[in-house]
Design a protein around this ligand. Structure first.
Ligand SMILES: [Zn+2]
Length: 354
């Protein structure tokens, strides 16, 4: 099932939701990440990915998907975009992977806004081919870059640190009544990988920053480091690091919500022969998008969600009501729930149901 980014983003812009997600007026942050949505030891299809347990020889089949998500550092909610499946259906022997699926998503995405996309990704993304792909599409990127997987990059950083010539910005903030010190170190124009003597094809240049958060006694509370194409300076390094940190929202607010907050994305709803599990996954993400839009724009829905405990409890209530009664419309059902909750006496359902 394919939905169109253009239609969704145009609608979100028309109703004023998208504007709230623009970052620093000129950008929109889109985080990419992969997640599983079906797994089985018995059922499989040609699209399944598989993993074999080296001890037991047991094969584990699974399906996974890239869930691109618009995030903003100051907004708890996220906007899910159309997914790209990680799927072995192209007849190739080599298994499809998260990075290849992300590249396909970048090829399929036509940005209908006049904002530049900044693609956010974890350490898997901060490799030269992915960086080149993002730049080819005229987007920017902020990717996590860990020392353990970027040896050459960190050799250059260590050298500059040892010379005491690294640029630094330090600020302190009171968070929950306690002082925290944020140290931002940054260096521009580093090589992402060892050129290995190839003067014809110099490695991709990246700009690097790290953020270290300590408490008043100097204990480290948080540390992360990023590479980006955006030239870093004393005025923008905090914004870039903050945007990079907001990547976690795709895991916490998007994928975790889809798995544990009432959508059960990783529940095996059904595998089918070819496309059922993909269709169910698409519908699940689409439902989450609709609910997110309602939570951001529909006063009645927002009031109900504030009134009724968890998302899961809310869904259970709606499931019960729609099973038992034939409401005139979705809005009529929401009105009925709200009035029924606010009134001590029984509410006459006439006027709400068919
Ligand atoms: Zn399958």
């Amino acid at each position: 099932m394919q939905w169109s980014h253009e239609i969704i983003l145009d609608k979100l812009r028309d109703i004023g939701i998208l504007d709230k997600f623009y970052f620093k007026d000129d950008y929109m942050l889109v985080a990419l990440d992969g997640t599983h949505y079906h797994s089985s030891k018995n059922i499989s299809c040609k699209c399944c990915q598989s993993k074999t347990n080296s001890d037991t020889g047991e094969v584990h089949y699974y399906h996974s998907v890239i869930t691109p998500t618009i995030v903003h550092p100051d907004i708890k909610k996220v906007i899910p975009l159309m997914q790209e499946f990680i799927s072995n259906d192209d007849g190739k022997d080599k298994q499809d992977c998260e990075v290849n699926a992300s590249k396909r998503w970048l090829d399929s995405f036509n940005n209908p806004t006049n904002k530049k996309l900044i693609i956010l990704g974890d350490n898997l993304y901060s490799r030269e081919p992915m960086i080149k792909k993002v730049l080819d599409k005229s987007h920017s990127y902020i990717f996590v870059a860990k020392p353990t997987s970027h040896k050459y990059l960190y050799e250059q950083i260590e050298m500059i640190k040892n010379l005491n010539t690294i640029d630094t910005k330090i600020i302190s903030k009171m968070i929950n009544g306690k002082k925290q010190i944020f140290t931002y170190n940054y260096i521009n124009n580093l090589a992402i990988k060892n050129p290995q003597g190839d003067t014809q094809h110099p490695p991709q240049e990246v700009n690097w920053c790290e953020v270290i958060v300590t408490n008043a006694t100097g204990n480290k509370l948080y540390h992360n480091s990023f590479v980006t194409d955006i030239s870093l300076n004393v005025n923008n390094v905090i914004d870039i690091a903050t945007a990079g940190r907001s990547r976690w929202k795709i895991e916490n607010e998007n994928n975790n919500t889809l798995k544990t907050k009432g959508y059960h994305l990783d529940h095996n709803f059904g595998h089918g022969k070819e496309n059922l599990s993909k269709t169910l996954c698409s519908l699940n993400i689409l439902a989450f998008l609709f609910h997110t839009v309602q939570e951001l724009d529909d006063d009645l829905y927002m009031e109900l969600r504030d009134n009724i405990g968890t998302r899961e409890e809310f869904f259970v209530g709606i499931n019960f009501l729609t099973t038992m009664f034939n409401f005139k419309s979705f809005n009529k059902m929401l009105e009925y729930i709200l009035i029924a909750r606010q009134t001590e006496e029984n509410v006459d359902m006439k006027g709400y149901i068919m």
